[in-house]
Design a protein around this ligand. Structure first.
Ligand code: HEM
Length: 534
């Protein structure tokens, strides 16, 4: 990859940090002295012992000893690619974010795909959710949409995240299984946590074994907030639609590939990009004006729910193309630090309690993963513009700053920027109520969208789901968990529950499945006609 000649602004910036190892260049110590021998340590005579005085030996070994950093606590296994985003349809009616209004820009992006549960060395094709983390290096700063290939999440409140992750990660006593959901703790948690019902079905669907990274949807999952130039607010969900369509492996293929080629997905996209077959996604927004926030039978702040597209269609506004592989995995893919709190003027957060927790969690974990609070100075994390503020010192501080380090100061530097000149102003969403740990009333409907999703599938997709549940539960030893999952499935679809029950040796449950759809004409104001669901 030759960043310097690329048209891409982030590429040009990275080229300042790219060291090209050319034929004939010397091996040197870190303090710049060329070394005559890197193969033999300095010894007291040819048969030793090795001498402490050998600084080249000590420097080489000591650096090697510290090469590893902690892997991400989740999404440890991933692969990332550079590209760009071009807007074709400006949306000033919803947001004044320049990146979503200026069709003349080619905004550099960095996209990291990942699995969730497996360790950094695990296989690509396991049954799991896929991370879909996009960074836009906009002229107004970095904007990250840290999403997944599934539009909903397991839980509604970030305070439960350590629980769901402990349950789906390997069992603590033997660290088995390394990457899949098929073990007692995960299914124990799902069976005892009804809010997981909807996402549990998605992870047992073909979406959880994608054919290629280039054949997956991406979703921002949460409702975010758009603010336009007049200060009018809307809720928005972000969508990525692959031009190649959504395709999946079948389970037998996924299992074989996990053994034969654990790098299947990262290799597939690396090779495509090297060959000039650049994958593309259409970027879409689903917008709900603030005044329609409560028109739905679910809460917009509940990340276990999607907004059905026939209620609020997705408006496609731009194209993302991946066109460049990374030069070196560690400084780019491993050190990139995505965070939901990276937003630019015109975009803001909703009060979704899962999103609010994520805004804290990412930068907090990166302080330990990347060795202190200066990880924003690592080249892949730097925005395109120079950064001024009064944060100083700490481990691995890179810039050498001349000038004031406090505000206010007699030099007016650095100083706050008024909104008219692009200074960020947090949105003005109303808040009300007394402090409580309780959730919104509508958060307690766990089943209607799970049922909606199941009913939306074709017969072959339903067959695959029965097989997936049967395979996964077949690996669970505790029959109490079997019983609870069959009961949950029976609340969603009797035939699904009966088939899974038969496959795992459970009694057929009584046919008591209810229709959980309780749709009203709630969105008639938005789409001009009443909508009903069955
Ligand atoms: C990492 C997505 C919920 C904590 C990631 C990554 C993605 C992601 C894509 C990988 C980032 C990368 O490639 O570097 C999501 C989605 C969520 C969700 C879509 C729900 C809608 C949460 C919650 C928490 C959390 C609720 C904690 C409260 C983390 C942490 C990392 C991570 C700590 C590792 C970050 C790092 O080390 O750089 N998540 N996540 N996530 N997520 Fe989430």
């Amino acid at each position: 990859v030759d960043y310097a000649t690329g048209a891409n602004a982030k590429g040009r910036q990275l080229s300042n940090y790219t060291q090209v190892v050319e034929s004939g260049c010397p091996i040197m110590s870190y303090f710049g002295v060329a070394q005559a021998d890197t193969d033999s340590s300095l010894k007291a005579g040819p048969r030793g012992p090795t001498l402490l005085e050998d600084y080249h030996f000590r420097e080489k070994i000591s650096h090697f000893d510290h090469e590893r950093i902690p892997e991400r606590v989740v999404h440890a296994r991933g692969a990332a690619y550079h590209g760009d985003f071009v807007l074709h349809t400006p949306i000033p009616e919803y947001t004044n974010a320049a990146v979503l209004n200026d069709t003349g820009r080619r905004t550099p992006v960095f996209l990291r795909f990942s699995t969730v549960a497996g360790s950094r060395g695990s296989a690509d094709t396991v049954r799991d959710v896929r991370g879909f983390a996009v960074r836009f290096y906009t002229e107004e700063g970095n904007w990250d949409i840290v999403g997944n290939n599934i539009p909903v999440f397991f839980i509604q409140d970030a305070i439960k995240f350590p629980d769901v992750i402990h349950a789906v990660k390997p069992e603590p006593h033997n660290e088995i299984p390394q990457a899949q959901t098929a073990h007692d703790n995960a299914w124990d948690f799902f069976s005892l946590t009804p809010e997981t019902a909807h996402m549990m079905l998605w992870t047992m669907s073909d979406r959880a074994i994608p054919r290629s990274y280039a054949m997956m949807n991406g979703f921002g999952v949460h409702a975010f907030v758009f603010v336009n130039a007049e200060g009018k607010r809307s809720f928005v969900k972000f969508h990525w639609k692959p031009k190649l369509g959504v395709h999946s492996l079948v389970w037998d293929e996924a299992l074989k590939l996990a053994g034969q080629d654990p790098d299947f997905h990262r290799r597939d996209l690396y090779d495509a990009i090297e060959a000039g077959n650049y994958p593309e996604w259409e970027f879409g927004v689903q917008v709900v004006p603030e005044e329609n926030e409560h028109d739905f039978d679910f809460d917009l702040l509940d990340a276990t729910k999607l907004i059905p597209e026939d209620l609020v269609p997705v408006k496609y506004i731009g194209t993302l193309t991946l066109n460049r592989n990374v030069t070196e995995y560690f400084p780019e893919t491993e050190q990139v630090a995505f965070c939901t709190q990276h937003i630019v003027p015109g975009i803001d957060f909703s009060n979704d309690p899962l999103l609010q927790g994520r805004n804290f969690s990412y930068f907090d974990t990166q302080i330990s993963r990347l060795g202190g609070p200066n990880f924003n100075q690592i080249p892949i994390n730097m925005p395109l513009c120079p950064v001024f503020n009064n944060q100083r010192d700490a481990m691995h501080r890179m810039p050498i700053t001349k000038g004031a380090n406090y505000f206010p100061n007699r030099f007016d530097a650095p100083h706050p920027v008024p909104p008219a000149k692009g200074g960020f102003v947090p949105k003005a969403l109303p808040v009300h109520g007394v402090t409580t740990r309780a959730r919104g009333e509508k958060f307690s409907d766990y089943l209607s969208q799970a049922q909606l999703f199941y009913n939306s599938m074709s017969d072959i997709e339903k067959t695959h789901m029965v097989s997936a549940f049967s395979f996964e539960l077949g690996k669970v030893e505790d029959t109490g968990i079997h019983k609870r999952i069959v009961e949950r499935l029976n609340e969603i679809d009797h035939s699904l529950a009966a088939q899974v029950a038969a496959n795992i040796g459970q009694a057929t449950p009584p046919n008591t499945t209810k229709n959980h759809g309780k749709r009203s004409a709630f969105l008639s104001q938005i789409n001009g006609k009443a909508q009903t669901f069955t």
